[in-house]
Design a binder for this molecule. Structure first.
Ligand code: COA
Length: 201
């Protein structure tokens, strides 16, 4: 059963990806041994809650989709300030990318690092020859949802409750047209809201 707060989004194609362009003082790179402790510190700071010492092992290394080149890290002044995984989930098949645990530390948000990490994931999926991308998020993560919409992801409500929630969230983010056209289990491709011009879809 899905957590109550859950929402699901899909990007139906991997065209029109805005190039990953982090701010000049920020470097995007992939995982290397030794990143585990700063990665955990970042995740604990960004997501709050209890993340045990085994979180990297459990949520990253033990994931069958994990490869070192699929875990992207944003570094600024020698510190890890952001992360995202370009993973897959078997349930969605081998042509679909899965964006895993996107996070940017609070002090570094609003500078384009999250957008760059997400774009790097999408570029990875595209370069692998995959067809589309999906992600899970939570209802209260409005900055993340806004970023996903801007980056071409569309809501995919799987229950009536999720449909209602999207109809509440989307107009508040400037996507009223998309909210009107949304149906349960249907990606609202082609829908246009006030902000949809910024979207890649
Ligand atoms: C979601 C999250 C990763 C976004 O990271 P971020 O680095 O702030 O993302 P960006 O900077 O690329 O975009 C955020 C905003 O800053 C704006 N921005 C980007 N570069 C900018 C710049 N140079 N100057 C001013 N604003 C800028 C973007 O346009 C965007 O504005 P919008 O939200 O009004 O569309 C971050 O908020 C986060 O870690 N949140 C908590 C964890 C979370 O919810 N993760 C997602 C789990 S599903």
């Amino acid at each position: 059963m899905r957590p109550e707060d859950h929402l699901f989004m899909a990007r139906t194609h991997l065209r029109e990806i805005s190039p990953a362009a982090p701010p000049p003082d920020c470097l995007l790179r992939t995982y290397r041994p030794g990143d585990e402790i700063p990665w955990l510190a970042l995740v604990r700071a960004v997501y709050g809650g209890k993340w045990g010492e085994d979180t990297f092992e459990r949520c990253v290394r033990a994931d069958e989709a994990f490869r070192p080149e699929r875990l992207f890290l944003a570094e600024s002044a020698g510190r890890l300030v952001g992360t995202a995984g370009a993973f897959q989930k078997l349930a969605y098949g081998d042509q679909t990318g899965y964006v895993h645990m996107l996070a940017v530390e609070a002090e570094s948000q609003g500078k384009g690092i999250g957008s760059a990490l997400l774009a790097r994931c999408l570029e990875y999926f595209r370069d692998m020859g995959w067809r589309n991308a999906v992600l899970d998020t939570d209802r209260h993560r409005l900055p993340a949802i806004r970023l996903y919409l801007r980056s071409g992801f569309l809501p995919l409500p799987e229950t009536l409750d999720e449909l209602e929630e999207w109809r509440r969230i989307l107009p508040a983010l400037g996507y009223a047209g998309m909210a009107e056209r949304l149906r349960q289990g249907v990606v609202a491709e082609g829908s246009r809201g006030a902000n949809d011009g910024k979207s890649a879809v």
